[in-house]
Design a protein around this ligand. Sequence first.
Ligand code: MCN
Length: 791
Amino acid sequence: MTAAPESTPDTSPQTGRPLPRKEDARLLTGRTRWTDNIEPPGTLHVAFLRSPMAHARIGNVDASRAREMPGVAAVFTGADVADEQGSLPCAWPVTEDMVTPAHPPMAVDEVRYAGEAVACVVARDPESAADALEEIDVDYEPLPAVLDLEEALADGADAVHADAGTNRAYVWPFSNGDVDAAFAGADVVVTRRYRQQRLIPAAMEPRSVVCQPEEGGYTMWSATQIPHVLRLMLATVTGIPEHDIRVVAPDVGGGFGSKLQVTAEEVLLLLLARRLGRPVKWTESRSEGFQTTHHGRAQIQDVSVAADADGRLRGLKVDLLADMGAYLMLVTPGVPLLGAFMYPGIYKMDAYSFTCTGVFTTTMPTDAYRGAGRPEATYAIERIMGELAEELGMDPVELRRRNWIGSGEFPYTTVAGLTYDTGDYEAATDRALDLFGYRELRAEQERRRKDGDTVQLGIGVSTYTEMCGIAPSRMLGELNYGAGGWEHASVRMLPSGKVEVVTGSSAHGQGHETAWSQIAADRLGVPVEDVRVLHGDTRVSPRGLDTYGSRSLVVGGSALVHACERVVGKARVMAAHMLEASEDDLEFEGGRFRVRGTERPAATIQEVALAVFAAHDLPEGAEPSLDSDAAYDPSDFSYPHGTHLCAVEVDTETGAVRIRGYTAVDDVGTVINPLIVEGQVHGGLAQGIGQALYEEAVHDADGTLVTATMADYLLPSAADLPGFTTDRTVTPSTTNPLGSKGVGEAGTIASTPAVVGAVVDALRPFGVRDVPMPCTPERVWRALQEARQAR
Ligand code: MCN
């Protein structure tokens, strides 16, 4: 077969193009199947009876009446499955002596948080299952709730796990440099305590699981971020061989870390499918999800910073108490450690020490929530930089300028031991100040202060960086994490020249199908509409480590780059044969192989694909396939950065806060799709602002979650958010072939300190130095009253 006449497919560059997301047509018009839309014939529905108490011994469980209820197929208590349910996994034993209590998917002897499952009903429909729950009687013998982190660590404290003899899960220290000397020699020391309130990740799609027994195995559909990790963990926990389990993550409506988990319900549904030989299904209600999908943040941070009179930073000390909740889930203990390396932020200093103590409480376990450890760290350093500026009588931007890593100093190894590859903090900050109108706003602030206006203006600054693109496997190993950080991709060049990309990344709202199509189109020189991206099914994409830690583009996208290069390499051999030239004489551009320096006709890679498929005339030793795959393990993290500025108006009579303006200039290296990046920044900002002003999971003294509905747990709506002014600077990363840096968490990480910093800034003339999050009108008002009384 010879090369077909030259055709002119549109292979114009896709990188940097604001291509609308391919997946949105089906997602936004109801033409997809979420897990809850999946119902194999004969499906039985599962409902869980959940403990109303935070801490209690379980006595007799009487399910006899429930078993007789119409439509009920079976009822199981914790004791009924005790022998086979195993223990939910924790993949991150951060220290050798970490206390890792057994975590039964269904409680057997004791419940340790309100909402923990104690029994389940399997019935012909969800309503019958719910009705039967009412007929189960459980005798609870109440035990003391353990809620306060410091009280939990005190001598003689009530124990969450009596066998462990302590509520201390682990202590993890890190230090570099002589911190005592740095503090002793400093002119100014500022010390603050910040509280990271407990947050509830509230993905649009609740958790949902369907498990179907099949000839020789099981298919589980789950609204999960991690189909590959989940399959391995299900096999480990249940003993069912991994190759007998297929996990499918269909379109998933958001996760924000909350679906980076191996849940009790997933394990139990697999066991129920095995016991009953029938498909089983469970979808959480919103309140059930608020109670029993893992929570985020929940830390107390004691932070001290030492500096010279001219503002030069000398040292930083951080002492962290991190609320683990009742058990250690998949990455619970590691979350604060992701922050450990970020406390020094973008600043140079001589010494740093960090200690994290993980503490058990009788609450829903915490785990990853957008940013996982890094928002907390960024909050602390950015807030305390604001306080230090106040102490020194210096502009907060100027203080940062004096301390940040200069654009000529990269690569730079920070006092926390990370090596930032590239960045330009100066450029991002200058751009942000301009867009924001910093000088004008400061002048207005001055005026309002002088006039004693009821409504005061505050300005918050956050010059953040973060470590994402999780992660170099070697570094994860050093941190004792149970898995690596590589990602896998394969490229199938079909005979017609169309392309299937198979990725181990598992998008749940991030637009990978579009971005991956753009990458493949550019690297292969095919039209972007000729690429289809497949993911989220362990049978279709058997290798992968899934989506979290803003890793998918820089790790998964880089794997795709390498797979494409291999496809082009194979195609080059065939093209040389077809064009009767040496491979070295061929150039490849815009999808065409040409003999360099000649007018001879070119062969497009799509024509080569057809010729390879026909295989009538293959070069010696060539196989009839252009397919290739690649796994990519990054050499380092990726370090996006940026400058966020927030202006708020605070009503000093009512405590009401209004965001007047928000400017975000982010540097995420090379941008594949600016429209997606913009969307990620907007979504991230909404969540960061949510923590600053609205959201908090509150327990009463007995440990009952009182913010278990959307009426009580305040999520910002579009109407609560300002218009955002955004821009970007671009310093390409050197740690991956795309030159990109992750963006999925950046907006959340950056924004919370900018907003709270602005609220506090508005109230400085009254003596306010902190407002605990969320800065509700009541909290702002109280902070003002307390400051007035203290004067
Ligand atoms: N991108 C780009 N150019 C860059 C960086 C990213 O075009 N320089 C694009 C990527 O191609 C991808 C998207 O931006 O389409 C996000 O990429 P990345 O930063 O690699 O993040 P991940 O895809 O790994 O997504 C995880 C990240 C995390 S950790 C959380 S939490 C989060 C987030 O993504 N959860 C989300 N964004 C979310 N968005 C939605 N809609 N839903 C969630 O649950």
